[in-house]
Design a protein around this ligand. Structure first.
Ligand SMILES: CC(C)(COP(=O)(O)OP(=O)(O)OC[C@H]1O[C@@H](n2cnc3c(N)ncnc32)[C@H](O)[C@@H]1OP(=O)(O)O)[C@@H](O)C(=O)NCCC(=O)NCCS
Length: 169
């Protein structure tokens, strides 16, 4: 497994992930296909400027054209002030092989090594067993159940947090 920055050429992978109703069931529903090129471009610019970490997951470095998913770490404002948040997606044909967990762990290792981002938060849907499994097995601590608004809808999520300097298992 290897991580690399998203590039403007990753439109197909974004479409497979973000325009798919099953992949997006816990993330506000599928997004319009015609918006993906601009979204990839914005993410690639932010990644290149090191403003946020938008990483593509490559299952096998020997075949770098094969992308299994994404893992993202970014900072944003909330009513309680700015927080660092991590999110992830793994395409169906690559799920259940430990790739999501290894990718999340690799990005958190990088955060620890660069002493960046502070405490990292995650908000998987309460019903998303695999995402909550990632949080549990990487070393996140459960904070509380929290209602989150995505795309105008309210979702029940589990709030998890982790300090990469002290909590990685
Ligand atoms: C959630 C998702 C990223 C998981 O990726 P994955 O590569 O399949 O997960 P992994 O194989 O790394 O498994 C991670 C952990 O969860 C557990 N797990 C995986 N699938 C599970 C399931 N369906 N039910 C219960 N636990 C599960 C694994 O056993 C593992 O824990 P362990 O290390 O203690 O054994 C992937 O299913 C996905 O992208 N889903 C659609 C989009 C999405 O929901 N994104 C996240 C929104 S918060």
């Amino acid at each position: 497994m290897r991580l690399r920055n998203v590039s403007p050429d990753d439109v197909d992978a974004y479409v497979q992930m973000r325009c798919d109703p099953v992949m997006m069931a816990d993330l506000g529903g599928p997004q319009p296909r015609e918006e993906m090129a601009a979204k990839v471009r914005r993410d690639a610019e932010q990644a290149a400027a090191d403003l946020a970490w938008f990483k593509m997951i490559l299952p096998d470095p020997a075949t770098p054209e094969v992308v299994a998913g994404t893992v993202t770490l970014w900072s944003h404002n909330t009513n309680d002030g700015p927080i660092s948040e991590i999110g992830w997606m793994v395409l169906p044909q690559f799920q259940g092989q430990g790739l999501g967990k290894r990718a999340v762990r690799a990005l958190l290792d990088q955060a620890r090594d660069e002493n960046r981002w502070g405490v990292v938060h995650a908000f998987p849907a309460t019903s998303n067993a695999a995402s909550n499994g990632i949080c549990r097995s990487v070393g996140f601590r459960f904070v509380s159940e929290t209602d989150m608004t995505f795309a105008g809808r309210i979702f029940k999520t589990n709030h998890w947090s982790l300090n990469p300097r002290t909590d990685l298992t």
